[in-house]
Design a protein around this ligand. Sequence first.
Ligand SMILES: [Zn+2]
Length: 60
Amino acid sequence: MPVKGRRSIAICRRCNGAIAVRIVSDGSIRPIGTGTHCSCGGDSFDVIGSPESVPNDSTE
Ligand SMILES: [Zn+2]
């Protein structure tokens, strides 16, 4: 069954660190494993790549 939200990689605008994120259906970007913020406390992210290139059923 499909996972709610798609996973991607984003760059934190505060610390420029790459983090795994989940893009939820309402468009929000949620870092995986750190709640709603980067571990540095930043809450703005630039998602890398197009969402279309990251299938929900990734075999990662
Ligand atoms: Zn950060």
